[in-house]
Design a protein around this ligand. Sequence first.
Ligand code: ADP
Length: 466
Amino acid sequence: MKNSIIFKISGSFILLFLVVLFPTGIVIYQGFSGFYYNEVRQNINKLSEQYAHSINNTNDKEFISMFESLSRLTRTDIFITDSKGNIIASTGVEGLEEGKKISTKNNNLLSRGQTINKEYEEPISKAHHLMAGKPIKNNHTFKGSVFVLSSIEEIHESIKKVRLLLTLVGIGAFFLMLGFTYFLSRKLAAPLLQMEKATKEIAKGNLGVPVEYSSNDEVGQLGKAINLLKVELKQYRDSRQDFLASISHELRTPITYIEGYSKALKNKLYKDDNEKVLYLDTINRASLQLKGLINDLFDLSKMDIDQFQLTKQQIDIIELAESILVKVKLRAGDKDIGIEFIKNTEEAYLYADALRIEQILLNLLENAIRYTDHGSVILEINKSKKFIGIRVKDTGKGIPEKELPFIFDRFYRVERSRSRQHGGSGLGLSIVKKLVELHDGTIEVKSDPGKGSEFIVSIPINQKVH
Ligand code: ADP
């Protein structure tokens, strides 16, 4: 249901209201009626007590002549019985006139000194009274009893009015609360509904319109989070587009070489065997570049979805570095560069993925050789208590300061032509950075244009606990 949150909030409020209102109404009603009944009951009990006492001490006949006026004065009815329960005097309540008799059971109770408290209903008019009867005793001898009756018709009327009033107040409060909760829940739900709309738009790919929110509460925070999500999605979409454009571009270059030179070979468009070998060499280099690019892309895609598994083991980085230097020296070929290895320890163990550490070292060393024409490349391994430091320093052209912040971005190249010429994909450093981070390490670069560059990697030793 579209507005179900409104109904949920209103429903909860109504339920809460009813749970509170009903018992409160019943308690007020019972407290109110109980109070009135008690008042009357206490009053007639007191009067009957006093009358019984007076009759005991005074001449009965005297009292009887008095009680009619007492009855008028106290707005009660009175009747007196003898010891057998016969009514000998009465102010004339219907059914309890002179000559009638009270029940033997009640008379017995009175004769034992007990009090009668009950409600009495007139047989014809059905008028209601509360009745209190007390025994008249003279020197412990039961002489009869005196009853005082008070009409409760008025109380009934007042209670009826109170009941009506309570019902009206309850209904009024209910509708007031209904309106209020509907208004409140609409106000609460409105931004949520707006956000629902906005997220549907995001799902459709429409990232233009931001969610508007005015409060700083949970709903406002949600709006803020959705807007942040939008910005991130937009950045992601833009960078993905750039990324795809770069990939197509990177793939197109070697493929164009392969296509062109293979066609030339097929059509025998070469002068001599030397040129043929040159063409084949170009095709070979282009396919190696493609292979490198595809491998790098594969690695990156796995890293992006966090599916890149490291196979960690105890490795000696000095030993690893020495074997890599052999390969690198071969690759350096006829370049006029010296390769130096500085180590401040004979062995440096590290709990890491050997293949990936090799990839890091190889990449940094190959870059150093690739972008250096004269001088030397230095690989330095340092060991501290908790970290292994790897420093690759060259005397190459260096990297301009304004390019440094982008050096680890995908497909970023300072020297496009030179990088391509050597089969660089422009992904090397971004992969190195990811691999270092996967080992919980850091990488930084310093460069002095014209003098050389320096890459400093620091990886925690992470000694495996046995
Ligand atoms: P590539 O495959 O192009 O070498 P990288 O990601 O490894 O890609 O490097 C990105 C860019 O950083 C290179 O194109 C190059 O311009 C620059 N670069 C990397 N290492 C060095 C270095 N040692 N000296 C100078 N420039 C470097």
